[in-house]
Each structure stands twice: as structure tokens, then as C-alpha cells.
Design a protein around this ligand. Structure first.
Ligand code: FES
Ligand code: FES
Length: 161
């Protein structure tokens, strides 16, 4: 089948099999390997991308379902050389070790902060509760998201003063 979708702001069209999963479309057809593929059973969350602004586990979505929709992947988080505050937060607070879970964690965190700019630790933990990190532990991941929230709040206050 012919699939046309928008990925990171660019319209793409490819011939795909109807059974192809979105995660494999992104990685194998578009070369966007920032989205990781872990469990393939909707458990680990490393494959999280956005579809029409909502975080989804791309191993549970058929590529065909992205037809005519907007997909955003971790490759789109930075603005040129300028890292997204979430990316910066993970760097500043050591929110990763092996980095395997990190793309999904960051996409979920970005979505959370866009809806709730100042989440509590509990709210961050709830947001990432569908995602598994096997090596860093969750404390520094939560701290990284809070770092991003605090910096974005400070930036907003500075801009409005
Ligand atoms: S690969 Fe999608 S949830 Fe694990
Ligand atoms: S940083 Fe290794 S699994 Fe999370």
C-alpha cells in the first residue's frame, strides 16, 4: 500500500506492507533510528513517538494508521544546534546511562511539559510509568524532567518581565 504521512514536519510517501509497524517504518524506511525498538509488546516504552501531538508506543501502531497524520520523533526535539530543555535536563542531571530508554522518555517528558509546565515529582513518575529504564534508575530521570520544567518556567518569567 501507498502511505503518505508527515514526519517531523516533512511529508513522506512510501510503499509499505499493511502489517508494517510504525516503529519499523520510522527506523527502516526513513532511517530515523533515534526511536528505539525494545520489547515489541507495548511494555518498555522506548519506542514512544508523537502522533498528532499524542505520545504513542510506535510498536503498537501500524504505519498505515499514521497516514495523513503528523508524527514527531526524537530527531525533531532539538532546534538546530539548540537542544530542547528536556534533552539539556537529561545531560545536566545524568538522566541516562546506556541511553536505550532515553528517546521514549524524552518524548513523553516533552509531551508532559507541554500540557503541565510545572509537574510535581509524582506527576513526572506517573507520566513515565509506562516506560522502563533498566540501568539508570528513575530518580535522575525525574530530576532531569524537573530540571527542564524549572528552566522553562524561569525562561518564561524572564521573557514576561
Ligand atoms: S518496543 Fe514498544 S513498548 Fe517496547
Ligand atoms: S538509560 Fe539504560 S535503560 Fe534507561
Amino acid at each position: 500500500m501507498r502511505l503518505t504521512t508527515t514526519v517531523n514536519g516533512e511529508e513522506v510517501t512510501r510503499e509499505v506492507e499493511g502489517r508494517l509497524l510504525l516503529v519499523h517504518f520510522l527506523r527502516d524506511h526513513l532511517g530515523l533510528t533515534g526511536t528505539h525498538w525494545g520489547c515489541d509488546t507495548s511494555n518498555c516504552g522506548t519506542c514512544v513517538v508523537w502522533m498528532d501531538g499524542e505520545p504513542v508506543k510506535s510498536c503498537t501502531v501500524l504505519a498505515a494508521m499514521a497516514g495523513g497524520r503528523e508524527v514527531r520523533t526524537v530527531e525533531d526535539l532539538a532546534d538546530g544546534d539548540r537542544l530542547d530543555p528536556v534533552q539539556q535536563g537529561f545531560m545536566e542531571c545524568h538522566g541516562l546511562q546506556c541511553g536505550f530508554c532515553t528517546p521514549g522518555m524524552m518524548m513523553t517528558a516533552r509531551a508532559l511539559l507541554d500540557r503541565n509546565p510545572d509537574p510535581s515529582e509524582g506527576e513526572v513518575r506517573e507520566a513515565i510509568s509506562g516506560q522502563i529504564c533498566r540501568c539508570t534508575g528513575y530518580s535522575t530521570i525525574v530530576r532531569s524532567v524537573r530540571w527542564a520544567a524549572e528552566h522553562e518556567c524561569a525562561e518564561r518569567e524572564e521573557a514576561s518581565s
